[in-house]
Ligand binder design. Structure first.
Ligand code: MD6
Ligand code: FE
Length: 213
Protein backbone atom coordinates (compact mmCIF):
# COMPACT_ATOMS: atom_id res chain seq x y z
CA UNK A 1 0.00 0.00 0.00
CA UNK A 2 1.27 3.44 -0.85
CA UNK A 3 1.55 6.12 1.75
CA UNK A 4 -1.45 8.16 0.60
CA UNK A 5 -3.82 5.33 -0.40
CA UNK A 6 -5.83 5.95 2.72
CA UNK A 7 -6.73 9.54 1.81
CA UNK A 8 -10.31 9.43 0.56
CA UNK A 9 -11.32 11.77 -2.25
CA UNK A 10 -12.73 14.57 -0.18
CA UNK A 11 -14.94 16.11 -2.83
CA UNK A 12 -17.32 14.40 -5.23
CA UNK A 13 -19.37 16.44 -7.70
CA UNK A 14 -22.56 14.36 -7.70
CA UNK A 15 -24.48 16.59 -10.14
CA UNK A 16 -23.22 19.81 -11.78
CA UNK A 17 -22.57 22.27 -8.92
CA UNK A 18 -23.71 19.78 -6.22
CA UNK A 19 -20.81 18.53 -4.11
CA UNK A 20 -20.63 15.83 -1.45
CA UNK A 21 -17.80 16.24 1.05
CA UNK A 22 -17.79 12.94 2.91
CA UNK A 23 -16.69 13.20 6.53
CA UNK A 24 -15.74 16.86 6.13
CA UNK A 25 -17.15 17.79 9.58
CA UNK A 26 -15.25 15.02 11.39
CA UNK A 27 -11.86 15.17 13.02
CA UNK A 28 -10.36 17.51 15.57
CA UNK A 29 -13.14 20.11 15.42
CA UNK A 30 -16.07 17.67 15.63
CA UNK A 31 -16.28 17.81 19.40
CA UNK A 32 -16.36 21.62 19.42
CA UNK A 33 -19.06 21.55 16.77
CA UNK A 34 -21.28 19.21 18.84
CA UNK A 35 -20.76 21.22 22.03
CA UNK A 36 -21.69 24.41 20.15
CA UNK A 37 -24.78 22.69 18.70
CA UNK A 38 -25.88 21.72 22.20
CA UNK A 39 -25.38 25.30 23.44
CA UNK A 40 -27.45 26.78 20.59
CA UNK A 41 -30.30 24.33 21.24
CA UNK A 42 -30.30 25.16 24.96
CA UNK A 43 -30.57 28.89 24.13
CA UNK A 44 -33.12 28.52 21.35
CA UNK A 45 -35.07 25.28 21.86
CA UNK A 46 -36.12 23.18 18.87
CA UNK A 47 -39.78 23.36 17.89
CA UNK A 48 -42.00 21.96 15.16
CA UNK A 49 -43.05 25.02 13.17
CA UNK A 50 -46.35 25.24 11.29
CA UNK A 51 -46.58 25.35 7.54
CA UNK A 52 -48.83 27.81 5.73
CA UNK A 53 -51.29 24.93 5.34
CA UNK A 54 -51.50 24.54 9.13
CA UNK A 55 -49.56 21.29 9.50
CA UNK A 56 -46.65 20.94 11.93
CA UNK A 57 -43.37 20.20 10.11
CA UNK A 58 -42.01 16.75 10.97
CA UNK A 59 -38.49 18.10 11.61
CA UNK A 60 -38.04 20.27 14.72
CA UNK A 61 -36.12 23.48 14.00
CA UNK A 62 -34.15 26.32 15.49
CA UNK A 63 -31.58 28.79 14.16
CA UNK A 64 -28.44 30.71 14.96
CA UNK A 65 -26.83 33.69 13.27
CA UNK A 66 -28.21 37.13 12.38
CA UNK A 67 -31.18 35.64 10.55
CA UNK A 68 -33.28 32.55 11.17
CA UNK A 69 -35.52 30.67 8.75
CA UNK A 70 -39.07 30.43 10.08
CA UNK A 71 -42.41 29.06 8.94
CA UNK A 72 -45.90 29.86 10.19
CA UNK A 73 -49.40 30.41 8.84
CA UNK A 74 -48.10 33.49 6.99
CA UNK A 75 -45.53 31.40 5.09
CA UNK A 76 -41.75 30.94 4.96
CA UNK A 77 -39.29 33.78 5.59
CA UNK A 78 -36.17 34.89 7.46
CA UNK A 79 -36.41 36.83 10.71
CA UNK A 80 -33.82 38.21 13.13
CA UNK A 81 -35.85 37.08 16.13
CA UNK A 82 -36.97 33.76 17.51
CA UNK A 83 -40.79 33.80 17.39
CA UNK A 84 -40.94 31.60 20.51
CA UNK A 85 -39.01 34.01 22.73
CA UNK A 86 -38.93 37.29 20.77
CA UNK A 87 -35.16 37.24 21.41
CA UNK A 88 -32.51 37.52 18.68
CA UNK A 89 -31.23 34.12 17.54
CA UNK A 90 -28.05 32.92 19.30
CA UNK A 91 -24.81 34.05 17.63
CA UNK A 92 -23.40 31.69 15.07
CA UNK A 93 -20.65 29.76 16.90
CA UNK A 94 -17.12 30.20 15.49
CA UNK A 95 -16.89 26.44 14.88
CA UNK A 96 -20.05 26.58 12.72
CA UNK A 97 -18.78 29.53 10.68
CA UNK A 98 -15.38 27.93 10.19
CA UNK A 99 -16.92 24.67 8.97
CA UNK A 100 -19.33 26.39 6.56
CA UNK A 101 -16.78 28.74 5.01
CA UNK A 102 -14.16 26.01 4.62
CA UNK A 103 -16.66 23.59 3.03
CA UNK A 104 -17.82 26.30 0.62
CA UNK A 105 -14.22 27.25 -0.25
CA UNK A 106 -13.40 23.58 -0.94
CA UNK A 107 -16.10 23.73 -3.62
CA UNK A 108 -14.88 27.03 -5.10
CA UNK A 109 -17.13 29.45 -3.22
CA UNK A 110 -14.38 31.51 -1.65
CA UNK A 111 -16.44 34.49 -0.47
CA UNK A 112 -19.21 32.65 1.36
CA UNK A 113 -20.09 34.30 4.68
CA UNK A 114 -23.34 32.81 6.00
CA UNK A 115 -25.60 34.98 8.13
CA UNK A 116 -28.12 32.20 8.82
CA UNK A 117 -27.84 28.68 10.12
CA UNK A 118 -31.00 26.59 10.29
CA UNK A 119 -30.81 23.57 12.58
CA UNK A 120 -33.18 20.68 11.87
CA UNK A 121 -33.71 17.71 14.16
CA UNK A 122 -35.26 14.62 12.56
CA UNK A 123 -36.71 11.70 14.52
CA UNK A 124 -37.39 8.31 12.95
CA UNK A 125 -40.03 8.74 10.23
CA UNK A 126 -39.47 12.50 9.88
CA UNK A 127 -38.86 13.80 6.37
CA UNK A 128 -38.83 16.94 4.29
CA UNK A 129 -40.81 17.20 1.10
CA UNK A 130 -39.43 18.30 -2.25
CA UNK A 131 -38.80 22.06 -2.24
CA UNK A 132 -36.51 24.83 -3.51
CA UNK A 133 -34.55 27.15 -1.22
CA UNK A 134 -35.62 30.53 -2.55
CA UNK A 135 -36.22 32.80 0.44
CA UNK A 136 -32.66 34.17 0.22
CA UNK A 137 -31.71 37.50 -1.42
CA UNK A 138 -28.65 36.42 -3.39
CA UNK A 139 -28.75 33.17 -5.36
CA UNK A 140 -25.08 33.57 -6.33
CA UNK A 141 -24.26 32.31 -2.82
CA UNK A 142 -24.29 28.56 -2.20
CA UNK A 143 -26.06 26.44 0.41
CA UNK A 144 -23.94 24.40 2.81
CA UNK A 145 -25.75 21.47 4.45
CA UNK A 146 -24.07 19.51 7.26
CA UNK A 147 -25.45 16.10 8.30
CA UNK A 148 -24.94 14.86 11.85
CA UNK A 149 -26.24 11.86 13.78
CA UNK A 150 -28.05 8.94 12.16
CA UNK A 151 -27.93 8.45 8.38
CA UNK A 152 -30.46 9.84 5.92
CA UNK A 153 -31.08 9.91 2.19
CA UNK A 154 -31.02 13.30 0.57
CA UNK A 155 -32.75 13.62 -2.81
CA UNK A 156 -31.64 16.06 -5.46
CA UNK A 157 -33.85 16.84 -8.43
CA UNK A 158 -33.96 19.48 -11.13
CA UNK A 159 -35.46 22.94 -11.61
CA UNK A 160 -38.95 21.47 -12.02
CA UNK A 161 -40.73 19.62 -9.23
CA UNK A 162 -41.46 16.75 -11.62
CA UNK A 163 -37.81 16.24 -12.64
CA UNK A 164 -36.34 12.92 -11.61
CA UNK A 165 -34.28 12.90 -8.43
CA UNK A 166 -30.97 11.34 -7.47
CA UNK A 167 -30.57 9.78 -4.02
CA UNK A 168 -27.54 10.88 -2.02
CA UNK A 169 -26.89 8.92 1.21
CA UNK A 170 -25.65 11.28 3.93
CA UNK A 171 -23.92 10.14 7.11
CA UNK A 172 -22.62 11.79 10.27
CA UNK A 173 -20.06 14.41 9.25
CA UNK A 174 -20.96 14.62 5.56
CA UNK A 175 -21.40 18.05 4.01
CA UNK A 176 -23.38 18.79 0.83
CA UNK A 177 -22.69 22.10 -0.95
CA UNK A 178 -24.77 23.36 -3.87
CA UNK A 179 -24.74 26.58 -5.85
CA UNK A 180 -24.37 27.85 -9.41
CA UNK A 181 -26.77 26.12 -11.79
CA UNK A 182 -27.97 23.85 -8.94
CA UNK A 183 -28.78 26.65 -6.51
CA UNK A 184 -32.54 26.55 -7.15
CA UNK A 185 -32.91 22.81 -7.73
CA UNK A 186 -35.58 20.87 -5.87
CA UNK A 187 -34.38 18.70 -3.01
CA UNK A 188 -35.88 16.59 -0.21
CA UNK A 189 -35.03 14.36 2.75
CA UNK A 190 -36.56 10.86 2.69
CA UNK A 191 -38.29 9.51 5.82
CA UNK A 192 -35.63 8.68 8.37
CA UNK A 193 -35.04 5.02 9.20
CA UNK A 194 -34.55 3.97 12.84
CA UNK A 195 -30.90 3.96 13.86
CA UNK A 196 -28.64 5.09 16.68
CA UNK A 197 -25.64 7.37 16.81
CA UNK A 198 -23.25 7.13 19.72
CA UNK A 199 -23.06 10.86 20.40
CA UNK A 200 -26.41 12.12 19.11
CA UNK A 201 -28.80 9.30 19.97
CA UNK A 202 -31.71 8.36 17.72
CA UNK A 203 -31.72 11.64 15.82
CA UNK A 204 -30.42 13.24 12.69
CA UNK A 205 -29.39 16.87 12.85
CA UNK A 206 -28.88 19.02 9.82
CA UNK A 207 -27.19 22.41 9.83
CA UNK A 208 -28.02 24.48 6.74
CA UNK A 209 -25.88 27.56 6.22
CA UNK A 210 -27.04 30.35 3.98
CA UNK A 211 -26.34 33.95 3.08
CA UNK A 212 -29.96 34.99 3.51
CA UNK A 213 -29.86 38.78 3.81
C1 MD6 B 1 -32.14 18.91 5.58
N1 MD6 B 1 -33.23 20.94 4.77
O1 MD6 B 1 -32.70 19.10 6.66
C2 MD6 B 1 -32.48 19.76 4.41
N2 MD6 B 1 -34.56 23.83 3.10
O2 MD6 B 1 -31.32 18.00 5.40
C3 MD6 B 1 -33.65 21.76 3.81
O3 MD6 B 1 -33.42 21.51 2.67
C4 MD6 B 1 -34.39 22.99 4.11
O4 MD6 B 1 -34.79 22.48 6.36
C5 MD6 B 1 -35.24 24.98 3.25
C6 MD6 B 1 -35.79 25.33 4.43
C7 MD6 B 1 -35.66 24.47 5.49
C8 MD6 B 1 -34.94 23.29 5.34
FE1 FE C 1 -33.86 23.11 1.43
Amino acid sequence: MDLFDDLKPIKQEIINDVYLLQGFALGASERLLLIALQAVIINAPLCNMMTKMGFAMSAAMTNCGDLGWISDRKGYRYDGHNPLTNQPWPDMPASFLQLATSAAAECGYVNFVPDACLINQYIVGASMGLHQDKNEQDFSQPIVSVSLGIPATFQFGGLKRSDKTLKIPVNHGDVVVWGGEARLKFHAVMPLKANHHKALGDYRYNLTFRKAG
